[in-house]
Design a protein around this ligand. Structure first.
Ligand SMILES: Cc1cc2nc3c(=O)[nH]c(=O)nc-3n(C[C@H](O)[C@H](O)[C@H](O)COP(=O)(O)O)c2cc1C
Length: 210
């Protein structure tokens, strides 16, 4: 499938084929797509949980609004989870790793640490979660495109109860909170949404000439 074909082939799947599962290799490849996504300062302020346990997936259905069935019917569910606190221990781990892996001399390390600290502390309590979520959404976009190019179906989902999902997944005990779900698998032949016409602005309304 070329890029154009993939863009038109993909859609936000409402029901997956429960009989078709993705291979470990396919899942690992998609996890790598998320891991390698660009993030602000390279801080990767989120983690990826991968769920394939049928009981947990079925529980996630109950956390979805409007009785959505994507998690329970999917082969795997990717959960983008953000740290509940983007605090010094969190960003320091990244600074330490970057300094080590890039062999930064002490002076350069200090400059980098100051840059990261100033960036994070310049954000208010209200801004930080919003900033974190922007990083998640960019990585999720990369995941959706990569999945489509590989002929793998997906549905980005924010229509779920975050507290309930956090409880099901035990996220708070890990210092995390759920941001976005992305069930993955293959579309069910019963999913009538596959035939629904895509609605997008025409190019001349969408791309604005300067
Ligand atoms: C951030 C985000 C959250 C979404 N949440 C849901 C959701 O909870 N359930 C759902 O069925 N679709 C969800 N969608 C899918 C959109 O409704 C869908 O992408 C849009 O209608 C365009 O249709 P298409 O992706 O099938 O082309 C979400 C999409 C995005 C980008």
């Amino acid at each position: 499938m070329n890029l154009r074909e993939a863009l038109h082939w993909r859609y936000a799947v409402k029901l997956f084929d429960r009989t078709r599962t993705l291979s470990t290799e396919q899942i690992e490849e998609l996890a790598e797509v998320v891991r390698m996504a660009p993030t602000s300062l390279g801080l990767q302020p989120f983690r990826l949980l991968i769920v394939d346990d049928p009981a947990v997936k079925a529980q996630l259905d109950t956390a979805c609004h409007r009785q959505q069935k994507q998690p329970g019917s999917a082969s795997h569910v990717f959960i983008f989870a953000a740290p509940t606190a983007v605090d010094e221990p969190f960003w320091r781990e990244y600074v330490d790793r970057a300094a080590r892996e890039r062999h930064l001399p002490p002076e350069k390390r200090g400059e980098f640490e100051t840059r990261v600290r100033n960036y994070i502390t310049s954000k208010s309590e209200a801004e930080l979660p919003h900033w974190v979520e922007k990083q998640v959404y960019l990585a999720a976009g990369q995941l959706l495109l990569a999945a489509a190019l590989a002929g793998i179906d997906a549905c980005p989902m924010e229509g779920f109860d975050r507290n309930e999902a956090d409880r099901i997944l035990g996220l708070r005990q890990m210092g995390l909170r759920s941001v976005l779900l992305c069930p993955l698998g293959h579309r069910s032949p019963m999913d009538t949404f596959a035939a629904v016409k895509k609605v997008r602005l025409p190019r001349d309304r969408f791309v604005i000439a300067p």
